[in-house]
Write a protein that binds this ligand. Structure first.
Ligand SMILES: CC(C)(COP(=O)(O)OP(=O)(O)OC[C@H]1O[C@@H](n2cnc3c(N)ncnc32)[C@H](O)[C@@H]1OP(=O)(O)O)[C@@H](O)C(=O)NCCC(=O)NCCS
Length: 138
């Protein structure tokens, strides 16, 4: 992870609202629901970048900082850390986006690795054009 800032880093890849069905017995939203939102956000970013399907191969360094309540709007921000031959490492932050009267609160963060795959689910090489376009936009 890069240094923790007091504002979101990366691009907004996904937003969702926590619903009653996403909670545990004590009324907080399941960590697994939040992880699934992060997984979707990372996949959206990596599939757009790599121009095709991807699969999650690893989740590292998850930290849950504050609980999520029903009705909270969560915003997932994704930032590419590294592009390999077939893999892409992504920093994913989740923020609780209140209305404009309050500052957003960081809920969780993690580093996910995705692998670009073909239609049969086999890994595929990420093209040099994709890598060069990414570097050019840094
Ligand atoms: C994704 C998959 C096709 C990769 O195939 P593979 O032949 O095992 O691939 P490799 O072992 O060569 O690894 C592919 C890339 O992932 C990277 N990688 C492998 N294990 C990793 C790990 N634990 N952490 C980070 N990166 C990892 C490799 O370094 C490699 O990167 P590179 O190509 O950029 O150098 C295969 O592992 C798979 O289908 N996994 C299941 C995916 C899935 O179902 N995800 C959803 C989970 S429910």
């Amino acid at each position: 992870m890069t240094e923790r800032l007091n504002h979101p880093e990366g691009i907004l890849s996904l937003q969702n609202i926590a619903m009653p069905a996403d909670t545990n017995w004590s009324g907080d939203v399941f960590g697994g629901w939040i992880v699934s939102q992060m997984d979707l956000a990372g996949a959206i970013h990596v599939e757009r970048l790599s121009k095709g399907r991807c699969a999650t191969i690893a989740i590292n360094q998850m930290t849950f900082l504050v609980p999520v309540k029903v009705g909270n709007v969560i915003s997932c921000y994704t930032k590419i850390l590294k592009i390999g031959n077939s893999s892409v490492q992504v920093q994913i932050e989740v923020w609780n986006s209140h209305d404009d009267s309050r500052d957003p609160v960081r809920i969780t963060e993690g580093v996910f690795t995705f692998v670009a795959v073909d239609v049969n689910g086999n890994k595929r090489v990420i093209s040099d054009e994709v890598k060069q376009a990414y570097v050019a936009n840094l």
